[in-house]
Design a protein around this ligand. Structure first.
Ligand code: SF4
Length: 393
């Protein structure tokens, strides 16, 4: 079982997570992870070619089949990372520079360090770009793993210290977008011996222990993990009992009746509950779309999202209305909902504005699952209703 350094903040806390995640098949990157990969590719090119990110504005590319474009916003964010990497490269003469370096660590753990600078007999700098908004600190397990990857078993560069850096341009933090932590190599090796090695032994053991907590948020095994459900229900029950309000098993209390201490305990795993709930909903909706049924639920039309049929032609139509370009663009053409507001503000009554814009708008209606008591008409048909009974049934 190969482990990834990026999963280390979780597998060091829950030793069962790698094995359980392996039951879920290969992981699929979400849109945010793919965007992060695209941003990393941009940073890598700019560091290697000594270019500014803005030179790539408007360039398109694909990550696992999803198209992305370098926006001015992305260019300015990634530039912060490129600037920090270049600053570190210039700190000492004759640095050894590693960009997107694949590292095979130890006991089957591997990872890719975004950028590292090594000054032999002195120091190892690690620069890790985090494009997400969840705060990660420079001494997180993942960054320490990268440093250990360069130190290996024998510390071939004879480094005395490691300088761990996180560049997180999209998350606001009191210490800024670039945060660094200097630690002696000996301390890092102690961490490896005292924390990492025992954890890896347990992970590879016969019955690794599951420990639920806030680190469950992105665990692939979240939906099949009994411990996390047990923890959520336990917290809900304990918290209500503390207030002396009897609750039947299986009945969820309203958060408004919880005391602050109880609510605080639940808040520690609030993101986990949110993720689990989103995953349950997604699986249920996919099953409905595939023609399955779930007792007590039906599929209805969701709210529509509007887009322009042909942005060029609506731009021409709007340009004849003598409205300033600046109120129609943002800097690109505004969405149908925003243009509707613009027209209303410029004195056109709502009904006329809707009638005027409607021929230029596409509306896409998603599907939504609701309890059968909901008044909206059901949109779902089972596979059997659509195609007739399956052969052999
Ligand atoms: S959901 Fe949490 S407790 Fe369960 S395996 Fe994953 S990390 Fe461990």
């Amino acid at each position: 079982m190969e482990l990834s350094a990026s999963g280390s903040p979780r597998f060091l806390k829950c030793h069962a997570s790698p094995l359980r995640s392996s039951f879920m098949g290969p992981s699929v990157s979400g849109p945010e992870a793919k965007e992060g990969t695209f941003a990393h590719n941009l940073g890598e090119q700019c560091i290697k070619r000594n270019q500014k990110c803005i030179e790539y504005q408007g360039r398109r590319g694909y990550v696992e089949g999803t198209p992305f474009e370098v926006s001015s916003e992305m260019a300015s964010f990634v530039q912060l990372y490129v600037d920090e990497a270049k600053r570190i490269e210039r700190l000492f003469p004759n640095p050894l520079i590693f960009i997107e370096r694949r590292l095979r660590l130890f006991s089957g753990v591997s990872g890719t360090a975004d950028h590292a600078v090594i000054i032999p007999k002195r120091i190892i700098f690690i620069n890790d770009l985090k494009y997400g908004r969840k705060i990660i600190e420079p001494d997180s397990a993942q960054v320490k793993f990268y440093a250990l990857g360069f130190i290996g078993e024998t510390n071939p560069f004879e480094a005395k210290e490691v300088d761990l850096g996180i560049i997180q341009p999209r998350a606001s933090h009191p210490e800024g977008y670039v945060r660094r932590k200097l630690i002696p190599v000996n301390e890092l090796i102690e961490w490896k011996n005292d924390v990492v090695n025992p954890a890896l032994k347990e992970i590879r053991g016969r019955n690794p222990k599951a420990t639920p907590g806030p680190h469950c948020e992105y665990c692939q095994a979240l939906i099949i993990c009994p411990e996390i459900l047990k923890m959520i229900f336990q917290l809900l029950r304990i918290t209500t009992n503390r207030r002396g309000i009897p609750v039947e098993p299986g009945i969820h209390p309203k958060p408004s009746i919880l005391d602050n201490e109880s609510l605080g305990e639940l808040m520690r795993i609030e993101a986990v509950i949110r993720n689990l709930s989103a995953e349950i909903y997604k699986v249920a909706l996919d099953r409905f779309k595939a023609g399955n049924r779930l007792d007590g639920f039906k599929m209805v039309q969701g709210r529509g999202t509007k887009s322009w049929k042909d942005p060029k032609s609506i731009e021409e139509v709007l340009s004849q209305m003598n409205l300033a370009d600046s109120i129609l663009t943002d800097p690109e053409l505004k969405s149908p909902a925003k243009i509707l507001e613009v027209l209303k503000r410029s004195g056109i009554d709502g009904k006329t504005a809707v009638k005027f814009l409607s021929p230029h708008i596409n509306i896409f209606h998603g599907r939504k699952l609701v309890p059968v008591e909901d008044k909206r008409p059901a949109q779902n048909k089972s596979a059997e209703e659509l195609f007739g009974p399956a052969k052999g049934s």
